[in-house]
Design a protein around this ligand. Structure first.
Ligand code: FPP
Length: 243
């Protein structure tokens, strides 16, 4: 829940914070390799960072946070790494959903659910159901997500519904067919680990987002680094194509 003292303690100002933050959590593998540890160790530490950043976002009064946990291309990774990430997602939900609910967070998964295990799917659905009527931070985790597929599927669905006379053909009708239907557009996109790419994440939704790249690997990201990024955002002059 929004906490004015917390905002002030970190030297932030309420009215210059972004409404919707997107995060590409990158660098788990390199962080682990630098420590002579398996890549999965980096993902485990990365999952702990997720917990902190979600709670900070909630206290800062950020309206929506969308994080990229697993892309449609990530299935190509070694099986043990894929299994670890999926297990971490399940563990995260099991351990954190009560706290998220207490903090009035609305949890949702975006992406193609058809590839997920029955058990994870059930946990996701229960978590979404439990938190759906909350009114605080809207926390979205992108799993088996790819933005081009999202856009194409929305376009195909719209064409089909339009042909069947079920919808108007306009921007709203298109946007309600995206996974992010009902969410505001992304204001601020953060990517960790020094890579300067978008990697098929929220391509439509970041049209006017401010971009922030940090060299820190995701496991080294924390509330202090998040605050640094938010302070940088607060000084941006957003013009949305105007002057
Ligand atoms: C990118 O680092 C990270 C991922 C593909 C996985 C992200 C998953 C987690 C942080 C854990 C589970 C998430 C939640 C929501 C609890 P990389 O492996 O591509 O790193 P590299 O570029 O250094 O190899």
């Amino acid at each position: 829940m929004k906490d004015i003292d917390w905002i002030k303690r970190y030297g932030l100002e309420e009215d210059t914070l972004p409404g919707h933050v997107g995060i590409i959590m990158d660098g788990n593998g390199r962080w682990a390799r630098n420590r002579h540890m398996p890549r999965t160790f980096g993902h485990k530490k990365g999952a702990e960072v997720v917990r902190d950043i979600v709670l900070s976002s909630s206290k800062f009064g950020v309206k929506a946070l969308t994080i990229f946990a697993f892309s449609t291309e990530n299935w190509r990774r070694p099986k043990d790494e894929v299994d670890t990430i999926m297990t971490l997602l399940s563990q995260y939900l099991r351990n954190e959903i009560a706290a998220l609910n207490e903090n009035d967070v609305v949890f949702r998964v975006i992406g193609d659910r058809s590839g997920l295990s029955k058990m994870l799917l059930q946990l996701i659905e229960e978590s979404e159901e439990l938190t759906r009527n909350n009114t605080g931070l809207r926390f979205n985790v992108a799993i088996n997500y790819g933005s081009q597929a999202e856009i194409l599927n929305a376009a195909f669905a719209l064409a089909k519904d339009y042909k069947e006379g079920k919808t108007a053909l306009d921007r709203e009708a298109f946007e309600t067919r995206l996974y992010t239907s009902g969410l505001p557009m992304v204001d601020f996109l953060i990517r960790t680990s020094g890579e300067l790419r978008i990697s098929n994440f929220l391509l439509y939704q970041i049209a006017y987002a401010e971009l922030y790249f940090t060299d820190a690997y995701w496991p080294d990201f924390n509330t202090e680094r998040y605050v640094e990024a938010l302070k940088d955002y607060s000084h941006r002059n957003r013009r949305f194509g105007g002057v």
